[in-house]
Design a protein around this ligand. Structure first.
Ligand code: SF4
Ligand code: SF4
Length: 177
């Protein structure tokens, strides 16, 4: 079932969504799933600039070092400056297969506390109460906490694999600043 949130459909179609964030980080499982589904060239090496004060553990897990520079393995941006899976006027072409990160946004956990992310003030979901947002995105406080813990584990567990992919992207010049 496509659980793409109503607010997100409107927001993404209008071209003002979180899909314009350059830091859309997939888990390695998601990289494998998207690759197996036939998607190609959807990754980039994002030059990490230390913007992660909002979730230190996430950054420690996800940032990899290649040639003495820090990067994150992110979904590439398309010609319109948004995530390559976003199509103007339509929204996310992955639909219900979009990244888990996208499904939980704008909810997040920082230093053990569940909160509404401070980026994208125009996010339509943020006009709702926290309980209403959780209802809208079909999540619970526990599922958000579990996801945030899982993605940190993923970053630590697959740091070597991420580093290899980032190195390939850097060598190919597929770098995003
Ligand atoms: S989470 Fe917010 S900013 Fe992102 S697409 Fe949905 S409504 Fe828009
Ligand atoms: S995967 Fe879909 S929802 Fe996530 S950033 Fe890309 S276009 Fe937006």
């Amino acid at each position: 079932m496509d659980t793409y949130k109503i607010a997100c459909r409107e927001c993404a179609r209008a071209g003002e969504s979180c899909c314009f964030d350059p830091r859309i980080l997939p888990t390695m499982d998601e990289v494998d799933q998207l690759t197996a589904a036939g998607h190609k060239d959807f990754l980039t090496a994002y030059v990490y600039k230390g913007e992660g004060s909002w979730a230190d553990k996430w950054d420690q897990a996800m940032v990899v070092e290649v040639d003495e520079k820090n990067y994150e393995l992110c979904v590439r941006r398309g010609s319109e400056g948004s995530c390559v899976f976003l199509v103007s006027g339509k929204g996310c072409t992955l639909g219900d297969k979009r990244l888990r990160l996208c499904k939980v946004f704008p909810m997040w956990v920082s230093r053990g506390i569940m909160l509404i992310d401070s980026e994208f003030p125009s996010c339509r979901l943020k006009k709702m109460s926290m309980s209403r947002i959780l209802q809208e995105i079909n999540e619970t406080p526990q599922s958000i906490i579990e996801y945030c813990e899982k993605i940190i584990e993923d970053g630590l567990q697959y740091k070597k694999e991420r580093t290899i992919l980032v190195k390939q992207l850097v060598d190919a010049g597929q770098i995003t600043h």
